[in-house]
Ligand binder design. Structure first.
Ligand SMILES: [Zn+2]
Length: 186
């Protein structure tokens, strides 16, 4: 890869899983992804970031773990390093749309993600949750996903308020690799 901006291959945001939140990030290698981005679509398939991520390699799709019915992926727009999303493979929008089997694995993977994060980076706490519908703040409302956000004391500093910018100390691939290594045995 060359150093000039002309050499940078620009990927569209829909090729990664995650939700734009309006923050810029102090974080160069993945930065081009945000430039000229379009809002992800509500359609299933290629244009849905949570449908298309599993079709890519783990490294390219930022996938941390693949289960039978659900999978875990890094949020391309993390609130903190290690912010992962638990998603069903199926394109359903609401928690109540999950089958019992999907619900069981969705929950199990959420717990495994917390174990992996505990081991990898020892957070002091977590925010867990799902935004149901655009009105509740879901960036990709059509495909259910549970946020698992590790928290440390002092992690919400002045930067988001002042500059709508967050400092992320670790690159996504480093975070992904650490979580894969820390993932609990089956
Ligand atoms: Zn989808």
């Amino acid at each position: 890869m060359g150093s000039g901006a002309d050499d940078v291959e620009v990927e569209t945001p829909t090729t990664f899983a995650g939700e734009p939140d309006g923050f810029d990030r102090l974080w160069t290698p993945h930065r081009m992804v945000y430039i000229g981005g379009e809002k992800p679509s509500d359609e299933a398939g290629e244009s849905c970031p949570f449908c298309s991520a599993p079709d890519r390699s783990d490294a390219e799709g930022l996938i941390v773990h693949r289960g039978e019915l659900c999978y875990v992926v890094l949020n391309l727009f993390p609130y903190n390093p290690g912010h992962v999303l638990v998603c069903p493979y199926r394109h359903v929008s609401l928690y109540v749309d999950l089958t019992d089997e999907e619900t069981a694995e969705f929950t199990a993977l959420t717990k495994q993600a917390i174990h992996a994060l505990d081991k990898a980076s020892a957070p002091m706490g977590y925010n867990l949750g799902m935004n149901q519908g655009a009105v509740a703040g879901a960036g990709v409302a059509a495909h259910l996903h549970q946020h698992v956000v590790p928290r440390w004391g002092g992690d919400s500093n002045f930067l988001p308020i002042v500059a709508r910018t967050k400092a992320l100390p670790m690159l996504l691939e480093d975070v992904r690799t650490r979580l894969v290594e820390a993932w609990p045995e089956g």
